[in-house]
Design a protein around this ligand. Sequence first.
Ligand SMILES: Nc1ncnc2c1ncn2[C@@H]1O[C@H](COP(=O)(O)OP(=O)(O)OP(=O)(O)O)[C@@H](O)[C@H]1O
Ligand SMILES: [Mg+2]
Length: 373
Amino acid sequence: MLDVDQILADPGVRIVVCCGAGGVGKTTTAAALALRAAERHGRRTVVLTIDPARRLAQSLGLTELDNTPRRVKGIDVEAGGGELHAMMLDMKRTFDDVVLQHTDPAKAAEIFANPFYQAMSSTFAGTQEYMAMEKLGQLHARGEWDLIVVDTPPSRSALDFLDAPARLSRFLDGRMLRLLLAPARSGGRSMFSFVTASFGMFSRVVQKVLGAQLLTDLSGFVAALDSMFGGFRQRAEQTYQILQAGETAFLLVATPEPDAVREAAYFAGRLGEERMPLAGLVLNRVHRPAVTLGAVESRAAADRLAGLGGHDATVDVLRAHAALAQQAVREEQVAQRFTEAFPAVPTVSVTAQPADVHDVDGLRTIGAAISRS
Ligand SMILES: Nc1ncnc2c1ncn2[C@@H]1O[C@H](COP(=O)(O)OP(=O)(O)OP(=O)(O)O)[C@@H](O)[C@H]1O
Ligand SMILES: [Mg+2]
């Protein structure tokens, strides 16, 4: 079984990345683990959250998107000397910061004013993933944290987190943009169709925003960014290397549903290929009956009781229990698909809570459930 406390307590582990399909509990898990690392293991911890639910953000003291870690107050860290800091990723600001670091203020102002940049820094599919990586790189480089817990964006596919930086830096690569520009320079319209085909939604936004201005802006953008391409790529590569290092632990999060488990399995395979350290699978929101009365038994008991003429609350309870027991069996079967494919990857189950997790107490409960204590 996955021993999360061992990971959180290990001074050699400096980064925990929570990955998984959309809506499985990545943000909740990341926040719960960070809280536990600070409270139980006395570590100076920062959690990088991405689009947390409003109430969760509020309970962590995050009221605005200011792109820097803020200390979470009112948690139980006195005895252990740990600290919890939390932040929400602001992808546009992170992108702006990268630009500022790579160029002089005048050039930067030019880039910021460019509508092409504005569209890309806020709507490009993959920008959020790329900027999450970028922010992780920044937090890591500052060297002031014992532990950085990273939440990943609500992508359709968990793999987007690993793929987006490469995709974006390929896009930012001059060759790609020059290719886009080439037919336009010779007066053709083919660039639009090419852009549309390649970038879908993004290009529709660009076209709407820019119209005829596009070509001028795009060449200006290319010229301005040209000097930074190397920097972008190099940083993405550096962060990739950090993710491959022994100080990183990936935790996959999945709900016991076929799609989420399949996604987790893809991701596990990919981490293996990338030689990135997978620590384990958190199976979140599982249903577990409190008593060991099987579905068949409790349904039989309900039927017998109903047959005796009594349609009372007990019959309903037994039937509800039967449904829950059956769901638990189904969930176990789904989870088994993962463990059969990756027998060496330890897992732990977290029970579905009766309500959403949006406060510190709720996070503590999740942390305790993940750690089995
Ligand atoms: N064990 C649990 N029991 C009950 N509710 C849970 C549990 N884990 C998470 N939730 C709830 O499920 C919802 C989704 O969780 P969360 O936001 O952490 O998922 P996510 O993977 O980050 O989603 P997204 O992909 O959209 O970012 C939240 O409302 C959260 O409170
Ligand atoms: Mg989330």
